[in-house]
Ligand binder design. Structure first.
Ligand code: HEM
Length: 386
């Protein structure tokens, strides 16, 4: 193992304030000096090369998302789409995918653009917090429309969501787990209410009559995480994207040249899902290293998305980048179900900003969430520039 990296071989580096704002130097140092290192504190390999991360995500026979297969106990609340393998995974994935595809996505995109225009017009002329006054309300409304439910109280939501996200770093910060489980229980009560109290046509209406097709608890937990990812991951993408675009002058204008490519590049460049974890089911080899049954494998997706072996000038934001095979939405069996909605909202917001508010700019440095797994901005004062 090389010792040249200026950063210790510890996932705790991802929680340092300077890394939260810009993890690229850590990614590069690890990838260049030791792209496959053992992190004993968590009993896991840490992988930063694109090829190795992609191989693990595709190696379903050798790597699992279901830690029960390695003898670990998993609380019933955590058994959901993301954490089960076949044979449990396909029925619930089919059900959620059918419910998601049954939505009128063209009409949803149109209404999202209208909502964006309305919100921006209401915020013009004064400084505001991009996260709480724009990104979160917008993404909550959109995911609630997809689910076919009334948006919950945002103050309540902003109190239960961060503790759930904190648990994603639970290996490094076990003290956050009890608060996260309590917050999940509150979200579960909301899912139970939505199973009876929903509008016709949305995902809840589609699913509530069909839960016999898959285990009810598994379905409800999966809907909870769909709702949660639906607004939190998306809101984090929107805010990190605004930072990326305003850190790179001229980019807001350039966004409109090819919004589809631009959104994919923003996902690669911002990589809000920085880390995915898998367990090894049988002794195997990845990237020339032996991985043993029972060992963890931590994939630093953010680093893979900046791998120069795949992306030329990886630390440069190139809105026209093509091809752009980033891993920001995962790969394989567990690839993101809602990528279309996340990209649609990003297109809608930045198309409108480029058209009507090209001088948009932050008024201060962002305050980042201290989250290593799901990067994000906590507050960002912004001025629309008119
Ligand atoms: C910027 C926004 C988003 C990002 C970056 C993102 C990223 C991801 C990633 C990386 C995975 C793979 C997890 C794994 O392999 O362990 C995933 C899975 C998933 N995502 Fe997203 N997501 C986003 C938005 C959404 C939205 C809007 C929804 C719902 C409408 C959603 C629903 C899901 C679900 C249900 C899964 C689990 C799929 C499965 O295990 O079969 N995500 N997402």
């Amino acid at each position: 193992m090389s010792t040249e990296s200026p950063f210790p071989h510890s996932l705790r580096v991802l929680l340092k304030p300077e890394t939260l704002r810009n993890p690229a130097p850590v990614y590069a140092a690890w990838r260049e000096t030791d792209p496959f290192f053992w992190y004993g504190e968590l009993g896991t390999w840490v992988l930063t090369r694109y090829a190795d991360c992609a191989a693990v995500l595709k190696g379903l026979d050798r790597f699992t998302s279901d830690w029960r297969r390695l003898g670990e106990r998993m609380p019933a609340e955590l058994v959901m789409l993301q954490t089960v393998d076949p044979p449990d995974h396909p029925p619930v994935r089919r059900l959620l995918t059918a419910a998601y595809r049954a939505q009128d996505h063209a009409a949803l995109a149109e209404r999202t653009s209208q909502r964006v225009r309305r919100r921006l017009a209401g915020l013009a002329g004064a400084e505001f917090d991009f996260v709480h006054q724009l990104a979160i309300p917008l993404t909550v409304e959109t995911i609630c429309e997809v689910l076919g439910v009334d948006p919950p109280d945002l103050d309540w939501l902003n109190s239960v969501s961060p503790p759930v996200i904190d648990t994603m770093d639970g290996g490094l910060r076990p003290e956050v787990i009890p608060a996260g489980m309590a917050a999940r229980a509150e979200l579960d009560e909301l899912m139970e209410r939505w199973m009876v109290d929903h509008h016709p046509g949305g995902m809840f209406a589609f699913i509530s009559g069909r839960t016999r097709e898959a285990d009810r608890r598994l379905v409800l937990n999966s809907l909870r995480s769909t709702f949660h990812a639906g607004f939190e991951s998306s809101a984090r993408l929107l805010t990190l994207s605004l930072l990326a675009l305003t850190d790179n002058p001229g980019s807001i204008h350039e966004f409109s040249k090819n919004p589809d490519l631009a959104v994919e590049e923003l996902i690669r460049y911002t990589s809000q899902v920085q880390v995915l974890a898998r367990g090894c089911l049988a002794d195997t080899e990845v990237g020339g290293r032996k991985v043993r049954e029972g060992e963890g494998v931590t994939l630093i997706i953010g680093a893979a998305n900046r791998d120069p072996a795949v992306f030329a000038d990886p630390d440069v934001l190139r809105l026209g980048r093509s091809p752009n095979p980033h891993l920001g939405f995962g790969r394989g069996l567990h690839a993101c179900l809602g990528a279309g909605v996340a990209t649609m909202q990003t297109r809608a917001l930045f198309t409108e900003l480029a058209r009507g508010y090209p001088a948009v700019r932050p008024r201060a440095e962002p305050v980042m969430w201290d989250s290593g797994t799901l990067r994000g901005v906590r507050t960002l004062p912004v001025d629309l520039g008119r």
